[in-house]
Design a protein around this ligand. Structure first.
Ligand code: CP
Ligand code: NVA
Length: 300
């Protein structure tokens, strides 16, 4: 079994992952983790920078008795030095799982198609499913539920927004995105969402998006690989900052989330990120708890 996008994972599987993450989190706190991945190796095939994803996978593997091997773009250069399908087949003979962070989503799809071992998408230009799983765990912990809540994403319809939208659809949350006209979800994604009966509301007013929201979520305006557009994006998203005035529109119990790294003063203010509604550091911690559950489910 792979985790390429959450479209391939149904509600029961996501729910089981979150429940296991919750149990392993308690076990880790009590020092009772079992070495369920003893002598297993995870390859981290990373074409882009990472701190949270890389470290949480490494620590999770160590804590479960396993090991990782980190392969940067310079080491492997998959798709250039050799076809992805060759790399996938060779790696599958050495290691027990692959977590891949890639520029092109097709690369992770190809890895999964040609690999006899589990492949986990550790971020592509189209999806960041591990992030969304950690986020749903955080929402459950903070709000006690996901069913029927309103999640408002203020910003670009990027990889993080897409995976969060699918996770919300799976777990019964309503998803609204507030973004400039040219930065919404593409029709292909909306059609796919309709197939899984996920509803997405798209608005262009951040205040309308944030109205009565239980979760206000944002991410950088310029994702990795889009650096050339940074200047233009800064102008286009200037009115979409998550600041104190915007959070006032939300429900009184609302939490603020950001996958990090954040650009303080751009998509979110320092005041909100450090404020009482901010869940961002618990959210970052939960990446580790979800990573353990994912690895145990896919590799043990
Ligand atoms: N949120 C997240 O994936 O962070 P990294 O890019 O540091 O892994
Ligand atoms: N959307 C961001 C997320 C980083 C964790 C990016 O792709 O760069």
């Amino acid at each position: 079994m792979h985790l390429v996008t959450l479209f391939d994972w149904d509600a029961d599987l996501i729910d089981a992952t979150l429940s296991l993450a919750h149990r392993l989190k308690a076990q880790a706190r009590e020092g009772r983790l079992e070495p369920t991945l003893r002598r297993k190796t995870l390859a981290l095939l990373f074409e882009k920078s990472s701190m949270r994803t890389r470290v949480s996978f490494e620590v999770a593997m160590t804590q479960l008795g396993g090991h990782v091997t980190y392969l940067s773009r310079d080491d492997v250069n998959l798709g250039v030095r050799e076809p992805v399908k060759d790399g996938a087949r060779v790696l599958a003979r050495y290691v027990d799982g692959i977590a891949a962070r890639v520029y092109r989503h097709q690369a992770v799809e190809q890895l999964a198609a040609h690999s006899a071992i589990p492949v986990i998408n550790a971020l592509s230009d189209r999806a960041h499913p591990c992030q969304a799983l950690g986020d749903m765990l955080t929402i459950r912990e903070r709000l006690g539920e996901t069913e029927g809540i309103k999640v408002a994403f203020i910003g670009d319809a990027n990889n993080v927004a897409r995976s969060l939208a699918v996770a919300c659809a799976r777990l019964g949350a309503r998803f609204t995105i507030a973004c400039p006209e040219a930065y919404g979800f593409d029709q292909g994604f909306l059609d796919r969402m309709a197939q899984v009966r996920g509803t997405i509301e798209t608005v262009h007013s951040p205040r309308e998006g944030a109205a009565e929201a239980d979760v206000i979520y944002t991410d950088v305006w310029t994702s990795m690989g889009q650096e050339e557009e940074a200047e233009k994006r800064r102008r286009d998203f200037a009115d979409y900052q998550v600041n104190a005035a915007l959070t006032e529109c939300a429900s009184p119990r609302a939490i603020v989330m950001h996958c990090l790294p954040a650009h303080r003063g751009e998509e979110i203010t320092d005041e909100v990120l450090e404020g009482p509604r901010s869940a961002v550091f618990d959210q970052a911690e939960n990446r580790l708890h979800v990573q353990r559950a994912l690895l145990q489910m896919l590799m043990s």
